[in-house]
Design a protein around this ligand. Structure first.
Ligand SMILES: [Cu+2]
Length: 134
């Protein structure tokens, strides 16, 4: 890729030289230094972290979970009855009722309290941790 760009520059330079026909000596030099600075932060790709919250015996386990922005939470219903997962304050997000063995997943963008709208005593909390610079 770098070579290709270099070649294009050289061809372009030679072309312009033959048409302006001045400074023949300069044709050996490369007036356009091709410097490619690839931003370092583009290269490392962060793996997605998945946190599992089990629903069992009318409880979210664990009921409080600390995650980083962009992490995924997977709720798995291991109880014998249906439950759902609903954001508390404005119902910003909500799962459909989950049968036994069903699961639902959410990518976290902000901290939230949530509950089960079918059994409002069931409550959980998502706490957003600040990003670590590793
Ligand atoms: Cu429930």
């Amino acid at each position: 890729m770098k070579n290709l760009i270099l070649q294009i520059f050289i061809i372009f330079f030679l072309y312009s030289c033959t048409h302006t026909s001045k400074n023949d000596s300069a044709s050996n030099e490369e007036p356009y230094a091709v410097e490619e600075d690839i931003p370092a932060q583009l290269s490392p790709q962060k793996e997605e972290t998945v946190h599992v919250v089990e629903i069992r015996q009318m409880q979210f386990v664990p009921d409080t979970i600390k995650v980083h922005k962009g992490d995924r939470i997977l709720w798995v219903n291991k109880d014998i009855m249906n439950h759902d997962v609903t954001e508390t304050s404005k119902k910003t997000w909500s799962s459909a009722p989950l049968k036994t063995g069903s699961s639902w997943t959410l990518v976290v963008t902000e901290g939230a309290d949530y509950y089960c709208s079918l059994h409002q005593v069931m409550k959980g909390k998502i706490i957003l941790q600040s990003d670590q610079n590793e």
